[in-house]
Design a binder for this molecule. Structure first.
Ligand SMILES: *Cc1c(COP(=O)(O)O)cnc(C)c1O
Length: 470
């Protein structure tokens, strides 16, 4: 156990000393159990067994009448919780776009848990790390160095933040102050998005006051990206365009270079939902996949996906800091509006010190390590696609980034393979419907994934396919 200093012993009330000793013991015990979890999780199935899931019923005992030792509570969490996790961090979880947790970030999260800082109110350390981490993210993504950025709960919140900043900025340029006058009676905005925009962007638009009838959809091509030849040429200064970096099924990005300059020249705003795809910009080798994305007005991305930060972590970046500050200001005597403060750059006031983990991850990987993470994921996705197609699966879209989309014959056959793979445990992938075809989608977004993991996953999938064919 960590020793207390002589000063602590001399100046602390015995009861306080005992409580501090207990806290230290608990944190150490939690870290020990976390280590044991990591040691064991790699050798069990990615999805929890039915027995482990059934064991979760143990948590539902009646709310205790009286206090219990925290150590017992921790043991109970570990006993029933640890076997029932989805193993996201051992390299064979390819579901959704998940990503494991970077070791430096996971370790930083333990320290940050003890720190318990609130960068939305007052915390020099959390504010300093947030400032540096935001600047590093902007730099790594090749976005304008003068842009404002902030961490939040994920790409959906980041999309919402960017879209609200856009809405208020476009209206402000027409002399309409949303803070003062609200939205009723405001000039109508035209919203343009791709046919295959992520549901997160649509949800964010709805939360910002834009319903389906106000949203114009642009057709997409065979890769799932907007077809530039179908993009309206008559957008104006009341137009908000939401583009996508990384189609969630194929990884394809909208044609930024062809679309963004015209929209902005005509006075409109371009927001980019780049939850995972924006990270292609962090690799010199892959940057061309999102060419021109840096020309937009605002960007949303995730830390908890491809950057391998712990949940939850999203990032919004807005080209003109004044546009973010206008939309996110807080005016109160005890929380003065301050565009430099976190509460002035995002929706939340109190919040987790997400910059701590981001700083640790980026400090540990550096520019080259980050590029290597992105490139290795894409290389492993290509390998996965090759092994599956060599085994007879049909590739439904070219692998341009880290997403793999395959089918196994009929809709029913593909559904059966997805279900069998999820139950078998070696790996985990989810199903989708791609342009009318039932598919398995695999996302390689964890630095832990190795070529061996890919080979093991491909074999397991092909064996499940063989088993379902009987
Ligand atoms: C995952 C994802 C989102 C939503 O991100 P959350 O972090 O889950 O809120 C939005 N857009 C795209 C393209 C995504 O892949």
């Amino acid at each position: 156990m960590t020793a207390l200093t002589p000063l602590d012993r001399a100046h602390t009330h015995p009861a306080t000393l005992a409580r501090t000793r207990e806290r230290i013991g608990l944190i150490t015990e939690a870290a020990r159990r976390a280590g044991a979890y990591v040691a064991g999780a790699g050798s069990r199935g990615v999805a929890p067994t039915a027995d482990a899931v059934a064991g979760l019923g143990a948590f539902g005992h009646p709310l205790p009448d009286s206090p219990r030792p925290a150590r017992e509570v921790l043991a109970e969490l570990d006993a029933f919780g640890s076997p029932a996790t989805v193993v996201t961090g051992h390299g064979r979880h390819f579901g959704f776009v998940t990503g494991g947790t970077d070791p430096a970030a996971a370790a930083a999260a333990i320290l940050a848990g003890a720190w318990d800082q609130n960068p939305g109110a007052f915390s020099p350390v959390a504010e300093a790390l947030d400032r540096v981490a935001c600047a590093w993210v902007v730099e790594a993504l090749g976005l304008p160095s003068t842009a404002a950025a902030s961490f939040n709960g994920g790409a959906t919140v980041a999309n919402l933040t960017g879209i609200i900043a856009a809405r208020d900025a476009l209206l402000a340029r027409r002399g309409w102050d949303v803070g003062e006058q609200g939205l009723a009676g405001a000039p109508a905005l035209r919203v343009v998005i791709g046919d295959e925009a992520h549901v997160s962007a649509v949800k964010a638009l709805r939360l910002a006051g834009f319903g389906a009838v106000q949203i114009e959809r642009v057709p997409t091509d065979a890769s799932g990206a907007i077809d530039a030849s179908c993009f309206p040429a008559d957008t104006d200064d009341l137009t908000l365009v939401v583009l996508q970096a990384g189609n969630v099924d194929t990884g394809a990005s909208d044609p930024f270079a062809a679309v963004i300059p015209g929209v902005r020249e005509r006075g409109g705003w371009v927001h980019v939902d780049g939850a995972f795809g924006l990270w292609a910009a962090a690799s010199p080798a892959l940057r061309s996949r999102v060419a021109g994305v840096e020309g937009a007005d605002s960007w949303a991305t995730d830390g908890h996906k491809w950057l391998n930060l712990p949940y939850d972590s999203g990032i919004v970046v807005v080209r003109d800091p004044a546009d973010l500050a206008r939309a996110m200001r807080t005016d109160a005597a005890y929380l003065p509006s301050d565009p430099a403060a976190l509460r002035g750059r995002g929706i939340q006031i109190s919040q987790r010190a997400r910059g701590v983990e981001a700083w640790a991850m980026l400090a540990s990987h550096g520019r080259e390590g980050l590029a290597a993470l992105v490139e290795a994921s894409c290389m492993h996705a290509a390998l996965l696609a090759r092994l599956l197609t060599e085994g007879g699966a049909t590739l439904l879209a070219p692998v341009t980034l880290n997403q793999v989309l395959v089918s196994f014959g009929t809709h029913a056959a593909t559904d059966a393979v997805v279900a069998a793979v999820q139950a078998e445990g070696t790996t985990w992938a989810s199903g989708t419907v791609w342009h009318g075809t039932h598919a398995m989608r695999l996302s390689v977004s964890d630095a832990a994934t190795t070529a061996d993991d890919v080979a093991a996953a491909a074999s397991a999938i092909l064996e499940c396919w063989a088993a379902t064919r009987g």
